[in-house]
Write a protein that binds this ligand. Structure first.
Ligand SMILES: [Zn+2]
Length: 202
């Protein structure tokens, strides 16, 4: 699954798990210190829940050279936009033009697409602009609209809390305890990670 982080509004491949009432988002290829924790009680209304729900979707997949003929003007994609800092971050865009050139072949006999794709950016630093991209910059969005079961139950619980309207000082105390537990769990995880690294090195 991929997730659009509120930190930079870019899309990342993620895994999620629930910890007490919270949803923990782990970014593929990043250590746990970059995990984002979303406490259930932070969601105050249905708009916030809806907004959060739209941040998750099935992973987009790197476009293959052979797939060149299936894209055209109007194809919605997720792609990396040109960055001054060299960062590779993914945002949504719409293909608004394709300048096709004859495909070549590499030494392994695989087809190589050298076409230029014009992308109109819906998000990210280039929002509202049209830039040029190569096939390697582009991922195709999944048609699959299923929601991850852990995200689904988190959202369901968040909606239940809002509509249930339950609130008491006892719950407040529980929340403090959950926060502590979260810190402990995270510290333990970091400890386990660092000890397994030193084992590998030794
Ligand atoms: Zn091509």
């Amino acid at each position: 699954m991929e997730f659009r982080s509120p930190e930079d509004e870019a899309w990342y491949g993620v895994e999620v798990w629930s910890l007490c009432n919270d949803l923990v988002v782990n970014f593929n290829g990043f250590s746990h210190e970059y995990d984002e924790v979303y406490p259930l009680e932070d969601f105050k209304n249905s708009e916030q829940i809806q907004e959060f729900e739209e941040r998750f979707r099935v992973c987009s997949v790197q476009m293959q050279d052979l797939e060149c003929p299936i894209v055209s003007e109007g194809t919605k994609v997720c792609a990396t936009c040109p960055s001054d800092t060299g960062e590779v971050k993914f945002y949504d865009a719409i293909m608004v033009g394709v300048e096709r050139s004859k495909h070549g072949w590499d030494e392994d006999g695989s087809e190589v697409c050298g076409c230029e794709f014009r992308l109109y950016w819906k998000q990210g630093p280039c929002v509202g602009q049209v830039t040029s991209a190569k096939i390697g910059d582009i991922c195709l969005k999944s048609e699959d609209s299923r929601v991850n079961p852990k995200v689904f139950s988190f959202l369901k619980e968040a909606r239940r809390q809002i509509h249930g309207g339950a609130s008491s000082s006892h719950q407040g105390a529980e929340t403090e305890w959950q926060k502590t537990l979260r810190r402990v769990t995270s510290a333990l995880r970091n400890y386990n990670l660092s000890s397994s690294v030193s084992e590998n090195q030794g």
